[in-house]
Design a protein around this ligand. Structure first.
Ligand code: F6P
Length: 341
């Protein structure tokens, strides 16, 4: 069995744990080979390959990023991209392609699978918005980093009697904002799932500061948007792949709060800090479990599936049922963030 392996889309902590597990499991008891593709789908189209053996994965478990490199690159969006993918996979005699990625990578994986390639997907994204799995690689570490940042901002907010706006990642879903907001004791959490009314937010802050507090923490997901009819006009700034330009909504919210309340207000944009550095044990374990499960699935002859965490179990789910579908924060969790504000 010849296994191909790529990491696509934005990087995150825990990818190397998954790569390591794929290589160990494949080359160990199964005696399979692993061919890595550099920089996601771009490496498959360009035939940029690297054979992966045990020496290549030594000491990578605690290291962030991905030893294979990654890129935001969709083969279908490039002229001759799919033909390039198929030609490389044939030249390398790949029996099964393991794709580690988020929404964009999984969507491309589904299209490649539809062209007849055996594909196994592994979900990763700090946004945790891949449908079908309780957790994606990278999310746990990002929540840890965001929570620590909120804790740190807390003490300086209190010392200076300030409103602190903390912008976290989360393009289409507010998983990081809600979880870090609850864990860090934020007064307000703004998530894409519930468009916000700036008037209500300002009223709440004024009331809180009049009543008892001298500071507030407002956590904003980068994908948060004002409700229709709200007196705050705002257009998201998007990059080439629909990625949000960091700081845009945080800056706006921070400015509106300062202007409408007169409170001393500061903005912290966490940005890519949330995606860097060493993975938490949870992400190392999740990456390891998904890597082993993906190889097992390939060896069982499964195809067009994604590894997924369901409760305590790692299972495989049909890729077609999850690719391109968004997992948003449930109302119960959103409510907890509001109740505790
Ligand atoms: O999809 C993960 C993510 O970190 C999003 O939260 C964010 O909007 C985006 O990637 C940033 O993309 P880039 O690294 O290309 O700026």
């Amino acid at each position: 069995m010849r296994i191909g392996l790529l990491t696509g889309g934005g990087d995150c902590p825990g990818l190397n744990a998954a790569i390591r597990a794929v290589v160990k499991q494949a080359t160990g008891e199964y005696g399979a080979t692993v061919t890595g593709f550099r920089n996601g789908w771009r490496g498959v189209v360009d035939g940029d390959v690297v054979p992966l053996g045990r020496a290549d994965i030594r000491n990578v478990l605690p290291v962030g990023g991905t030893l294979l490199g990654t890129a935001r690159f969709h083969p279908h969006a490039e002229h001759g991209g799919l033909d390039g993918v198929l030609a490389t996979l044939e030249a390398e005699r790949i029996d099964s392609l393991i794709c580690i990625g988020g929404d964009g990578t999984l969507h491309a994986a589904q299209q490649v699978a539809d062209a007849g390639v055996n594909v196994i997907a592994i979900p990763k994204t700090i946004d945790n918005d891949v449908e079908g799995t309780d957790l994606s690689i990278g999310f746990h570490t990002a929540v840890n980093i965001a929570t620590e940042a909120i804790d740190r901002v807390h003490t300086t907010a209190e010392s200076h009697n300030r409103v602190m706006v903390v912008e976290v990642m989360g393009r289409h879903a507010g998983w990081i904002a809600v979880n870090a907001g609850i864990a860090g004791g934020a007064e307000v959490v703004l998530a894409p799932e519930e468009p916000f009314e700036i008037e209500r937010l300002v009223k709440f802050l004024k009331h809180r500061h009049r009543a008892h507090a001298n500071f507030s923490i407002v956590v904003v997901a980068e994908g948060a948007i004002p409700a229709e009819g709200s007196s705050m006009d705002y257009t998201q700034e998007l990059g080439r792949f629909g990625e949000i330009i960091a700081g845009s909504i945080g800056e706006r919210v921070s400015k509106e709060i300062a202007e409408r309340t007169g409170f001393d207000t500061r903005l912290t944009v966490l940005g890519h800090v949330q995606r860097g550095g060493s993975p938490t044990p949870t992400d190392r374990i999740l990456g390891s479990r998904f890597g082993v499960a993906a190889v097992d699935a390939a060896m069982r002859g499964e195809s067009q599936v994604m590894t997924a965490l369901r409760g305590e179990q790692v299972v495989t789910v049909p890729l077609a049922e999850v690719a391109g579908r968004l997992k948003t924060v449930p109302s119960e969790l959103l409510r907890v963030a509001q109740v505790l504000a």
